[in-house]
Ligand binder design. Structure first.
Ligand SMILES: [Zn+2]
Ligand SMILES: [Zn+2]
Length: 438
Protein backbone atom coordinates (compact mmCIF):
# COMPACT_ATOMS: atom_id res chain seq x y z
CA UNK A 1 0.00 0.00 0.00
CA UNK A 2 1.30 3.46 -0.88
CA UNK A 3 2.41 5.83 1.82
CA UNK A 4 -0.61 7.51 3.23
CA UNK A 5 -0.49 11.23 3.73
CA UNK A 6 -2.69 13.49 5.79
CA UNK A 7 -4.69 14.36 2.69
CA UNK A 8 -5.87 10.77 2.39
CA UNK A 9 -7.54 10.99 5.76
CA UNK A 10 -11.27 11.45 6.04
CA UNK A 11 -12.88 14.72 7.02
CA UNK A 12 -11.73 15.80 10.44
CA UNK A 13 -8.58 14.07 11.50
CA UNK A 14 -7.32 10.61 12.24
CA UNK A 15 -7.32 11.18 15.98
CA UNK A 16 -11.08 10.76 16.00
CA UNK A 17 -10.96 7.42 14.20
CA UNK A 18 -10.96 4.13 16.05
CA UNK A 19 -11.27 0.54 14.87
CA UNK A 20 -14.24 -1.40 16.24
CA UNK A 21 -13.01 -4.30 18.39
CA UNK A 22 -15.88 -6.44 17.22
CA UNK A 23 -15.48 -6.14 13.44
CA UNK A 24 -12.50 -3.84 12.72
CA UNK A 25 -14.63 -1.20 11.04
CA UNK A 26 -12.99 2.23 11.29
CA UNK A 27 -15.43 4.34 13.26
CA UNK A 28 -15.38 8.04 13.91
CA UNK A 29 -15.54 8.85 17.62
CA UNK A 30 -18.32 11.28 18.41
CA UNK A 31 -19.20 12.78 21.79
CA UNK A 32 -21.86 10.80 23.63
CA UNK A 33 -23.99 12.03 26.55
CA UNK A 34 -23.37 10.67 30.01
CA UNK A 35 -25.27 7.45 30.68
CA UNK A 36 -25.39 6.61 26.98
CA UNK A 37 -23.05 4.41 25.01
CA UNK A 38 -21.76 4.40 21.47
CA UNK A 39 -22.16 1.19 19.48
CA UNK A 40 -20.57 0.10 16.26
CA UNK A 41 -23.01 0.91 13.45
CA UNK A 42 -22.12 -2.32 11.66
CA UNK A 43 -21.83 -5.07 14.29
CA UNK A 44 -23.42 -3.52 17.39
CA UNK A 45 -20.43 -3.94 19.72
CA UNK A 46 -20.33 -1.37 22.49
CA UNK A 47 -17.42 0.94 21.67
CA UNK A 48 -17.29 3.40 24.53
CA UNK A 49 -19.49 5.08 27.10
CA UNK A 50 -20.37 8.74 27.31
CA UNK A 51 -19.60 11.27 30.01
CA UNK A 52 -16.37 12.06 31.75
CA UNK A 53 -14.76 9.14 33.56
CA UNK A 54 -14.70 9.17 37.32
CA UNK A 55 -12.13 6.58 38.23
CA UNK A 56 -12.16 7.43 41.95
CA UNK A 57 -15.82 6.32 42.07
CA UNK A 58 -14.69 2.87 40.93
CA UNK A 59 -12.14 2.73 43.72
CA UNK A 60 -14.79 3.52 46.34
CA UNK A 61 -17.08 0.79 44.98
CA UNK A 62 -14.25 -1.74 44.81
CA UNK A 63 -13.33 -1.11 48.46
CA UNK A 64 -17.00 -1.45 49.45
CA UNK A 65 -17.10 -4.80 47.63
CA UNK A 66 -14.01 -6.01 49.46
CA UNK A 67 -15.54 -5.06 52.81
CA UNK A 68 -18.76 -6.86 51.90
CA UNK A 69 -16.83 -10.07 51.32
CA UNK A 70 -16.64 -10.49 55.10
CA UNK A 71 -20.37 -10.59 55.97
CA UNK A 72 -21.27 -12.40 52.76
CA UNK A 73 -18.73 -15.17 53.24
CA UNK A 74 -18.47 -15.69 56.96
CA UNK A 75 -22.07 -15.36 58.14
CA UNK A 76 -24.67 -17.95 57.23
CA UNK A 77 -26.98 -16.95 54.38
CA UNK A 78 -29.67 -19.46 55.33
CA UNK A 79 -30.16 -21.96 58.11
CA UNK A 80 -32.51 -24.88 58.14
CA UNK A 81 -34.01 -26.72 61.10
CA UNK A 82 -33.74 -30.42 60.55
CA UNK A 83 -34.85 -32.84 63.27
CA UNK A 84 -34.56 -30.07 65.81
CA UNK A 85 -31.01 -29.11 64.85
CA UNK A 86 -30.19 -25.75 63.27
CA UNK A 87 -27.82 -26.16 60.30
CA UNK A 88 -26.25 -22.98 58.93
CA UNK A 89 -24.95 -22.59 55.37
CA UNK A 90 -22.09 -20.26 54.56
CA UNK A 91 -20.73 -19.70 51.10
CA UNK A 92 -17.34 -21.43 51.48
CA UNK A 93 -18.81 -24.32 53.51
CA UNK A 94 -20.54 -25.94 50.53
CA UNK A 95 -17.39 -26.01 48.45
CA UNK A 96 -15.34 -27.36 51.37
CA UNK A 97 -17.87 -30.16 51.89
CA UNK A 98 -17.72 -30.99 48.19
CA UNK A 99 -13.94 -31.15 48.30
CA UNK A 100 -13.88 -33.26 51.44
CA UNK A 101 -16.15 -35.79 49.73
CA UNK A 102 -13.75 -36.13 46.81
CA UNK A 103 -15.27 -33.70 44.32
CA UNK A 104 -12.24 -31.41 44.43
CA UNK A 105 -12.47 -30.00 40.90
CA UNK A 106 -16.18 -29.34 41.26
CA UNK A 107 -15.63 -27.63 44.61
CA UNK A 108 -12.87 -25.48 43.15
CA UNK A 109 -15.04 -24.50 40.17
CA UNK A 110 -17.85 -23.37 42.46
CA UNK A 111 -15.44 -21.55 44.80
CA UNK A 112 -13.84 -19.83 41.80
CA UNK A 113 -17.11 -18.56 40.29
CA UNK A 114 -18.74 -17.53 43.56
CA UNK A 115 -15.78 -16.17 45.55
CA UNK A 116 -12.34 -16.12 43.94
CA UNK A 117 -13.29 -14.43 40.65
CA UNK A 118 -15.28 -11.60 42.31
CA UNK A 119 -12.54 -11.15 44.91
CA UNK A 120 -9.81 -10.94 42.26
CA UNK A 121 -11.82 -8.52 40.11
CA UNK A 122 -12.47 -6.18 43.07
CA UNK A 123 -8.90 -6.28 44.34
CA UNK A 124 -7.51 -5.83 40.82
CA UNK A 125 -9.45 -2.58 40.53
CA UNK A 126 -7.81 -1.42 43.76
CA UNK A 127 -4.33 -2.42 42.56
CA UNK A 128 -4.98 -0.71 39.20
CA UNK A 129 -5.57 2.52 41.10
CA UNK A 130 -2.37 2.02 43.08
CA UNK A 131 -0.52 1.36 39.84
CA UNK A 132 -1.86 4.55 38.26
CA UNK A 133 -0.98 6.56 41.34
CA UNK A 134 2.62 5.33 41.51
CA UNK A 135 3.10 4.74 37.76
CA UNK A 136 3.74 1.00 38.04
CA UNK A 137 3.31 -0.27 34.51
CA UNK A 138 3.40 -4.02 35.17
CA UNK A 139 0.94 -3.90 38.05
CA UNK A 140 -1.47 -1.85 35.94
CA UNK A 141 -1.17 -4.24 33.02
CA UNK A 142 -1.75 -7.40 35.04
CA UNK A 143 -4.55 -5.86 37.15
CA UNK A 144 -6.44 -4.83 34.04
CA UNK A 145 -5.84 -8.20 32.35
CA UNK A 146 -7.38 -9.87 35.43
CA UNK A 147 -10.39 -7.54 35.40
CA UNK A 148 -10.97 -8.14 31.70
CA UNK A 149 -10.51 -11.92 31.80
CA UNK A 150 -12.35 -12.68 35.03
CA UNK A 151 -15.42 -10.50 34.84
CA UNK A 152 -17.27 -13.18 32.85
CA UNK A 153 -16.61 -15.65 35.67
CA UNK A 154 -18.20 -13.56 38.44
CA UNK A 155 -21.41 -15.48 39.10
CA UNK A 156 -22.84 -14.09 42.33
CA UNK A 157 -26.19 -13.42 40.64
CA UNK A 158 -26.43 -17.07 39.63
CA UNK A 159 -25.54 -18.03 43.20
CA UNK A 160 -28.38 -15.91 44.62
CA UNK A 161 -30.92 -17.55 42.31
CA UNK A 162 -29.47 -20.92 43.32
CA UNK A 163 -30.15 -20.12 46.99
CA UNK A 164 -33.80 -19.49 46.11
CA UNK A 165 -34.00 -22.74 44.14
CA UNK A 166 -32.46 -24.69 47.02
CA UNK A 167 -34.94 -23.20 49.47
CA UNK A 168 -37.83 -24.34 47.30
CA UNK A 169 -36.37 -27.81 47.06
CA UNK A 170 -35.86 -28.03 50.83
CA UNK A 171 -39.14 -26.56 51.98
CA UNK A 172 -40.75 -29.99 52.22
CA UNK A 173 -38.10 -31.34 54.55
CA UNK A 174 -37.39 -28.48 56.92
CA UNK A 175 -37.99 -24.94 58.14
CA UNK A 176 -35.79 -22.36 56.45
CA UNK A 177 -34.44 -19.22 58.16
CA UNK A 178 -32.75 -16.32 56.43
CA UNK A 179 -29.36 -15.40 57.90
CA UNK A 180 -27.39 -12.13 57.89
CA UNK A 181 -25.05 -13.48 55.21
CA UNK A 182 -27.87 -13.26 52.67
CA UNK A 183 -28.09 -9.49 53.05
CA UNK A 184 -24.31 -9.35 52.67
CA UNK A 185 -24.50 -11.46 49.51
CA UNK A 186 -27.24 -9.31 47.97
CA UNK A 187 -25.26 -6.14 48.74
CA UNK A 188 -22.10 -7.72 47.36
CA UNK A 189 -23.92 -8.73 44.18
CA UNK A 190 -25.29 -5.20 43.69
CA UNK A 191 -21.94 -3.51 44.25
CA UNK A 192 -20.03 -5.98 42.04
CA UNK A 193 -22.51 -5.51 39.19
CA UNK A 194 -22.13 -1.76 39.60
CA UNK A 195 -18.34 -2.11 39.58
CA UNK A 196 -18.22 -4.38 36.54
CA UNK A 197 -20.51 -2.14 34.49
CA UNK A 198 -18.53 0.97 35.47
CA UNK A 199 -14.99 -0.30 35.09
CA UNK A 200 -13.65 0.30 31.63
CA UNK A 201 -10.17 -1.03 30.98
CA UNK A 202 -9.74 1.54 28.21
CA UNK A 203 -10.31 4.42 30.63
CA UNK A 204 -7.57 3.17 32.94
CA UNK A 205 -5.19 3.01 30.00
CA UNK A 206 -6.33 6.47 28.93
CA UNK A 207 -5.43 7.70 32.41
CA UNK A 208 -2.03 6.05 32.01
CA UNK A 209 -1.41 7.61 28.63
CA UNK A 210 -4.10 9.32 26.58
CA UNK A 211 -4.91 8.32 23.03
CA UNK A 212 -4.39 11.91 21.86
CA UNK A 213 -0.71 11.84 22.90
CA UNK A 214 0.00 9.31 20.13
CA UNK A 215 0.36 10.99 16.76
CA UNK A 216 -0.58 8.14 14.46
CA UNK A 217 -0.84 8.71 10.73
CA UNK A 218 -2.55 5.38 10.20
CA UNK A 219 -4.67 3.15 12.38
CA UNK A 220 -4.62 -0.39 11.15
CA UNK A 221 -4.87 -2.66 14.13
CA UNK A 222 -6.77 -2.52 17.41
CA UNK A 223 -5.20 -3.62 20.70
CA UNK A 224 -7.64 -5.85 22.55
CA UNK A 225 -6.01 -5.24 25.92
CA UNK A 226 -5.99 -1.44 26.10
CA UNK A 227 -8.29 -0.62 23.15
CA UNK A 228 -5.85 1.63 21.32
CA UNK A 229 -6.12 1.67 17.53
CA UNK A 230 -2.66 2.06 16.07
CA UNK A 231 -0.43 1.41 13.04
CA UNK A 232 0.56 -2.15 12.14
CA UNK A 233 3.09 -3.67 14.55
CA UNK A 234 3.92 -6.72 16.66
CA UNK A 235 3.27 -5.20 20.07
CA UNK A 236 0.97 -2.47 21.32
CA UNK A 237 2.77 0.85 21.73
CA UNK A 238 0.83 1.61 24.90
CA UNK A 239 0.39 -1.63 26.86
CA UNK A 240 2.92 -3.91 25.16
CA UNK A 241 0.44 -6.71 24.43
CA UNK A 242 0.82 -8.70 21.25
CA UNK A 243 -1.25 -7.29 18.39
CA UNK A 244 -3.33 -9.54 16.18
CA UNK A 245 -5.88 -8.79 13.52
CA UNK A 246 -7.52 -12.05 14.56
CA UNK A 247 -6.87 -13.99 17.76
CA UNK A 248 -4.34 -16.68 16.83
CA UNK A 249 -5.87 -20.16 16.36
CA UNK A 250 -9.25 -18.81 17.43
CA UNK A 251 -11.23 -21.20 15.21
CA UNK A 252 -9.18 -24.27 16.18
CA UNK A 253 -9.40 -23.50 19.90
CA UNK A 254 -13.13 -22.86 19.74
CA UNK A 255 -13.67 -26.14 17.87
CA UNK A 256 -11.58 -28.02 20.43
CA UNK A 257 -13.54 -26.66 23.41
CA UNK A 258 -16.82 -27.16 21.60
CA UNK A 259 -16.07 -30.80 20.79
CA UNK A 260 -15.00 -31.41 24.39
CA UNK A 261 -18.27 -29.85 25.62
CA UNK A 262 -20.29 -31.95 23.16
CA UNK A 263 -18.61 -35.12 24.40
CA UNK A 264 -19.17 -34.19 28.05
CA UNK A 265 -22.82 -33.27 27.59
CA UNK A 266 -23.79 -36.96 27.21
CA UNK A 267 -22.53 -38.23 30.60
CA UNK A 268 -23.74 -34.94 32.13
CA UNK A 269 -27.29 -35.81 31.12
CA UNK A 270 -27.22 -39.59 31.43
CA UNK A 271 -25.39 -40.11 34.75
CA UNK A 272 -27.12 -38.95 37.98
CA UNK A 273 -25.95 -35.54 39.15
CA UNK A 274 -27.41 -35.80 42.62
CA UNK A 275 -28.16 -38.59 45.07
CA UNK A 276 -30.59 -37.96 47.91
CA UNK A 277 -31.02 -40.49 50.67
CA UNK A 278 -34.18 -40.04 52.75
CA UNK A 279 -35.29 -42.60 55.34
CA UNK A 280 -33.07 -45.25 53.81
CA UNK A 281 -34.44 -44.70 50.31
CA UNK A 282 -31.88 -43.78 47.68
CA UNK A 283 -33.10 -41.28 45.08
CA UNK A 284 -30.78 -40.81 42.11
CA UNK A 285 -31.57 -37.91 39.85
CA UNK A 286 -30.23 -36.99 36.44
CA UNK A 287 -30.73 -33.40 35.32
CA UNK A 288 -33.85 -34.41 33.43
CA UNK A 289 -35.41 -36.61 36.12
CA UNK A 290 -34.74 -33.79 38.61
CA UNK A 291 -36.76 -31.44 36.42
CA UNK A 292 -39.49 -34.06 36.00
CA UNK A 293 -39.81 -34.61 39.75
CA UNK A 294 -40.05 -30.84 40.30
CA UNK A 295 -42.93 -30.77 37.81
CA UNK A 296 -44.58 -33.66 39.67
CA UNK A 297 -44.31 -31.85 42.99
CA UNK A 298 -46.01 -28.75 41.52
CA UNK A 299 -42.85 -26.63 41.44
CA UNK A 300 -43.30 -25.73 37.80
CA UNK A 301 -41.49 -22.38 38.02
CA UNK A 302 -38.35 -23.90 39.53
CA UNK A 303 -38.58 -26.77 37.04
CA UNK A 304 -38.59 -24.32 34.13
CA UNK A 305 -35.63 -22.37 35.57
CA UNK A 306 -33.56 -25.54 36.02
CA UNK A 307 -34.61 -26.91 32.62
CA UNK A 308 -33.58 -23.72 30.84
CA UNK A 309 -30.34 -23.23 32.77
CA UNK A 310 -29.14 -26.84 32.70
CA UNK A 311 -30.47 -28.25 29.43
CA UNK A 312 -31.52 -25.45 27.07
CA UNK A 313 -28.59 -23.07 27.71
CA UNK A 314 -25.70 -25.56 27.23
CA UNK A 315 -27.30 -27.11 24.14
CA UNK A 316 -28.11 -23.67 22.68
CA UNK A 317 -24.53 -22.53 23.31
CA UNK A 318 -23.07 -25.57 21.56
CA UNK A 319 -25.43 -25.24 18.59
CA UNK A 320 -24.95 -21.45 18.38
CA UNK A 321 -21.14 -21.62 18.47
CA UNK A 322 -21.16 -24.57 16.05
CA UNK A 323 -23.26 -22.54 13.62
CA UNK A 324 -20.93 -19.52 13.92
CA UNK A 325 -17.87 -21.70 13.28
CA UNK A 326 -19.48 -23.37 10.26
CA UNK A 327 -20.54 -19.98 8.89
CA UNK A 328 -16.92 -18.78 9.27
CA UNK A 329 -15.60 -21.92 7.59
CA UNK A 330 -17.99 -21.75 4.63
CA UNK A 331 -17.64 -17.96 4.40
CA UNK A 332 -21.33 -17.19 4.46
CA UNK A 333 -21.93 -13.77 2.97
CA UNK A 334 -25.27 -12.86 4.53
CA UNK A 335 -26.75 -12.40 8.03
CA UNK A 336 -23.53 -11.13 9.64
CA UNK A 337 -25.49 -8.96 12.03
CA UNK A 338 -27.70 -11.88 13.08
CA UNK A 339 -24.62 -14.00 13.71
CA UNK A 340 -23.17 -11.22 15.83
CA UNK A 341 -26.39 -11.24 17.91
CA UNK A 342 -25.95 -15.00 18.41
CA UNK A 343 -22.37 -14.34 19.53
CA UNK A 344 -23.49 -11.72 22.09
CA UNK A 345 -26.30 -14.00 23.32
CA UNK A 346 -23.99 -17.00 23.72
CA UNK A 347 -21.55 -14.92 25.77
CA UNK A 348 -24.30 -13.53 27.95
CA UNK A 349 -26.27 -16.69 28.76
CA UNK A 350 -23.19 -18.81 29.40
CA UNK A 351 -22.85 -18.41 33.13
CA UNK A 352 -26.45 -19.34 33.94
CA UNK A 353 -25.80 -22.99 33.18
CA UNK A 354 -23.67 -23.24 36.32
CA UNK A 355 -26.79 -22.89 38.48
CA UNK A 356 -27.46 -26.57 39.07
CA UNK A 357 -23.95 -26.98 40.45
CA UNK A 358 -24.47 -24.12 42.90
CA UNK A 359 -27.73 -25.73 44.01
CA UNK A 360 -25.89 -29.01 44.62
CA UNK A 361 -23.24 -27.23 46.67
CA UNK A 362 -25.85 -25.45 48.82
CA UNK A 363 -27.83 -28.67 49.32
CA UNK A 364 -24.61 -30.44 50.33
CA UNK A 365 -23.95 -27.93 53.09
CA UNK A 366 -27.41 -28.15 54.49
CA UNK A 367 -28.45 -31.73 53.96
CA UNK A 368 -25.55 -33.79 55.13
CA UNK A 369 -27.07 -35.62 58.08
CA UNK A 370 -26.28 -39.29 57.63
CA UNK A 371 -29.25 -40.55 59.63
CA UNK A 372 -32.34 -39.20 57.96
CA UNK A 373 -31.39 -37.12 55.00
CA UNK A 374 -28.20 -37.25 53.02
CA UNK A 375 -27.23 -35.57 49.80
CA UNK A 376 -24.22 -36.18 47.58
CA UNK A 377 -23.44 -35.23 44.01
CA UNK A 378 -23.21 -37.94 41.35
CA UNK A 379 -20.49 -38.12 38.72
CA UNK A 380 -22.89 -36.55 36.23
CA UNK A 381 -22.25 -33.30 38.12
CA UNK A 382 -18.54 -33.50 37.31
CA UNK A 383 -19.33 -34.00 33.60
CA UNK A 384 -21.80 -31.14 33.81
CA UNK A 385 -19.12 -28.90 35.35
CA UNK A 386 -16.90 -29.77 32.38
CA UNK A 387 -19.70 -28.79 29.96
CA UNK A 388 -20.07 -25.42 31.69
CA UNK A 389 -16.33 -24.68 31.65
CA UNK A 390 -15.76 -25.87 28.06
CA UNK A 391 -18.69 -23.89 26.63
CA UNK A 392 -17.53 -20.74 28.45
CA UNK A 393 -13.96 -21.19 27.19
CA UNK A 394 -15.28 -21.85 23.67
CA UNK A 395 -17.25 -18.60 23.68
CA UNK A 396 -14.20 -16.69 24.90
CA UNK A 397 -11.88 -18.23 22.30
CA UNK A 398 -13.98 -17.11 19.36
CA UNK A 399 -12.77 -13.85 17.82
CA UNK A 400 -15.92 -11.96 16.71
CA UNK A 401 -13.95 -10.22 13.97
CA UNK A 402 -13.86 -13.55 12.12
CA UNK A 403 -17.62 -13.29 11.68
CA UNK A 404 -17.09 -10.12 9.62
CA UNK A 405 -14.16 -11.34 7.53
CA UNK A 406 -16.09 -11.69 4.30
CA UNK A 407 -18.52 -8.84 4.80
CA UNK A 408 -19.17 -7.24 1.39
CA UNK A 409 -15.86 -6.57 -0.33
CA UNK A 410 -16.34 -2.85 -0.70
CA UNK A 411 -16.69 -2.32 3.02
CA UNK A 412 -14.24 -4.96 4.12
CA UNK A 413 -11.28 -3.68 6.07
CA UNK A 414 -8.79 -5.90 4.32
CA UNK A 415 -9.67 -4.86 0.81
CA UNK A 416 -9.68 -1.15 1.25
CA UNK A 417 -7.42 1.37 2.85
CA UNK A 418 -8.17 1.35 6.56
CA UNK A 419 -9.17 4.95 6.92
CA UNK A 420 -10.74 5.91 3.66
CA UNK A 421 -13.86 7.91 4.32
CA UNK A 422 -16.26 5.31 2.95
CA UNK A 423 -16.42 2.79 5.78
CA UNK A 424 -16.19 5.46 8.42
CA UNK A 425 -19.51 5.91 10.09
CA UNK A 426 -20.35 7.91 13.13
CA UNK A 427 -21.03 5.72 16.07
CA UNK A 428 -24.72 5.57 16.75
CA UNK A 429 -26.36 6.00 20.11
CA UNK A 430 -28.25 2.93 21.13
CA UNK A 431 -28.95 3.13 24.77
CA UNK A 432 -31.00 -0.02 25.00
CA UNK A 433 -28.28 -2.46 24.04
CA UNK A 434 -25.99 -3.35 26.88
CA UNK A 435 -24.48 -6.56 25.67
CA UNK A 436 -20.76 -6.14 25.28
CA UNK A 437 -18.67 -3.88 27.41
CA UNK A 438 -15.59 -2.13 26.20
ZN1 LIG B 1 -18.09 -3.32 14.73
ZN1 LIG C 1 -2.59 -2.12 24.07
Amino acid sequence: MAQQTKTDLPEGNSETIRLCQGCELPVEVVPVARGKSAYCPRCGTQLYRGGTPSLSGNLAIAITCLLLFIPSHFFEFISIRLVGVMIPATLPAGTLTLMSEGFVVLGLLILFCSSIAPLLVCSSVVTAHLALRYRWFKLLKYSLVLVQQLKHWVMLDVFLISIAVSCFKLQDYSDIFVGPGLLGLVMLQLTTVLLITRVSVRRYWEAWRGEDTFQFKKKQVHCHSCHLSQPEGDHCVRCGSELHHRMPNSVQKTWAYLIAATVAIFPANLIPISILITNGKRLEDTIFSGVASLVNTDMLGIAIIIFVASIVVPVAKILGLGYLLLAIKFKRKVFHKQRMMIYFAVKWIGKWSVMDLFVISIMMTLVDRDQILNFTPGFGAVAFGAVVVFTMLAAESLDPRLIWDNYSKRESFQNSSPITPKPVKSASNQNEKELEHE
